[in-house]
Design a protein around this ligand. Structure first.
Ligand SMILES: [Zn+2]
Length: 235
């Protein structure tokens, strides 16, 4: 199963590393530093798309917790009971490199899964609760009855608002203004009207964006102060 996935991904030029284990194998994917919850979402989506259900996924937790855990495992393990060593292999089952030392050298700077591939899978995993709801058809013509935050969100699209502050390319992707971003982790989904930073700065509405923006610039990033300013800016 994992070897099928290995071949499929390698045909798509996604570098992956199969490793033997006592009960079968592991498949390693190396990435740029990635928020744990996104790594898990990416992994789950990858398994779902390839109809793999009984595969254990690491990391096991979304974030570090205190005390010993099974957050991650390490490669090139020696089994505690059998003393057997397990190595990385090619899709044909041959050792990836003849000796462990050479495998370690090779894996010291592994080929990374392209960030675009991670993002394309993550984009499919945003829980619908997080994605802004489409405006109902029966909305009243007068804004009466709408909360201020709903009126703000209806007033301007996330793309139009954020484009004024973040340089976005044709795919609406750019450098995240909220962390030291080298990877263009920031993107706006125009169809579903939300923003997102895949490095873990979260994201959703115009209001969330402006709360973080204000906080970053030394202003009060509370919800109340933010919608007050947005009301003055937009109405
Ligand atoms: Zn970010």
């Amino acid at each position: 199963m994992l070897l099928t996935l290995t071949r499929t991904l390698q045909q798509q030029n996604i570098p992956v590393y199969p490793e033997l284990s006592r009960r079968g194998g592991h498949l390693w994917l190396f990435t740029e530093p990635l928020n744990g919850s996104f790594a898990r979402r990416f992994g789950k989506q990858l398994l779902a798309e390839h109809h793999l259900s009984d595969v254990e996924l690491y990391p096991k937790q979304d974030q570090l917790v205190s005390g010993p855990g099974s957050l991650v495992r390490l490669p090139l393990g020696i089994h505690r009971l059998t003393g057997r060593k397990y190595h990385f292999i090619t899709p044909d089952g041959e050792p990836l490199a003849p000796t462990f030392r050479e495998q370690i050298t090779l894996l010291a700077s592994p080929a990374l899964v392209p960030f675009g591939f991670i993002m394309s899978l993550l984009a499919k995993t945003l829980p619908s609760a997080e994605a802004p709801k489409p405006t109902p058809e029966h909305k009243p013509t007068s804004p009466a009855g709408h909360t201020l935050s709903e009126r703000i969100k209806a007033r301007i699209s996330v793309l139009d608002f954020i484009s004024q502050y973040v340089q976005l390319d044709a795919k609406h992707t750019g450098f995240c203004p909220f962390h030291d971003d080298q990877k263009q982790s920031f993107s706006v989904n125009m169809e579903q009207n939300y923003w997102h930073c895949f490095a873990g700065c979260s994201g959703q509405t115009v209001i969330d964006f402006w709360m973080l923006w204000r906080a970053k610039h030394g202003q009060d990033g509370s919800f109340t102060a933010t919608i007050k300013e947005l009301r003055e800016m937009l109405f």
